[in-house]
Design a protein around this ligand. Structure first.
Ligand SMILES: C[S@@+](CC[C@H](N)C(=O)[O-])C[C@H]1O[C@@H](n2cnc3c(N)ncnc32)[C@H](O)[C@@H]1O
Length: 209
């Protein structure tokens, strides 16, 4: 029962269980995020966006990488915005970070606003995945890069691996092929996927031409 309440709050954290989930995500996605960030260059001075920023740990990591640049975090959960703001308080005060409440399908940013966009463990929850990716393409500058990060990768040898979570949250684990195909359909190019097989993790990088 407690476990279920916690898991259900991965989609849009709120209330008591949402707070616990945010804490657990900040801890649980730390190594996964570090692994995936190796596949992108985050140049000093760049503008970065983290969508579905949860508790804000990726925003914090990106702030350490962008030097004189700026990092924006976005989440549609009010609690996540509050927690991310708290974690990144110092960087917000000095104008290096900002956290906004918004959905990935309707971002309050002009076209070509960001050099790099990250999305860690959030894609499965987007109601309109293709629309979300097109919106990310819109706010990405030409030559900019998207990084999608996944822990829930389909396993051919164990098709039931994610069934309990999939059924409870009404989401689906992803495959390299599906992600490549939808990124192409959204208009990205130079798509690459990387798998860490000992952990079952996957990340995809893609560019705006
Ligand atoms: C499993 S959590 C991952 C949080 C964070 N990226 C991390 O790695 O710890 C998924 C996050 O995506 C957010 N989210 C889901 N759908 C969203 C959407 N359509 N727009 C913005 N945020 C969304 C949720 O509120 C939640 O904070």
């Amino acid at each position: 029962m407690k476990y279920h309440k916690l898991v259900e709050n991965a989609a849009k954290p709120q209330g008591f269980w949402g707070r616990l989930m945010i804490r657990s995500m900040n801890r649980g996605h730390h190594e996964l995020t570090d692994w995936a960030l190796h596949y992108v260059t985050v140049p000093s001075g760049c503008r970065a966006l983290d969508v579905g920023c949860g508790g804000g740990r990726t925003v914090q990591k990106l702030c350490e990488m962008v030097g004189s640049g700026k990092v924006t975090g976005v989440d549609y959960s009010a609690l996540c915005v509050e927690k991310s703001q708290k974690l990144n308080q110092k960087n917000i005060l000095c104008g290096k970070a900002e956290i906004c409440r918004a959905s990935v399908n309707e971002l309050p940013f002009a076209e070509e606003s960001f050099d790099i966009i990250t999305a860690v463990e959030t894609y499965y929850f987007w109601q309109d995945k293709l629309g979300g990716l097109k919106e990310l393409l819109r706010v990405l500058r030409r030559g900019g890069r998207l990084l999608l990060v996944f822990e829930m990768l389909k396993d051919e040898n164990d098709p039931e691996k994610w069934k309990a979570v999939e059924d409870r949250l009404h989401i689906e684990a992803v495959s390299r092929e599906e992600i490549t195909e939808i990124l192409l359909r959204a208009g990205f190019w130079n798509i690459r996927t990387h798998v860490r097989s000992d952990k079952g993790w996957m990340c995809a990088t893609a560019e705006k031409e």
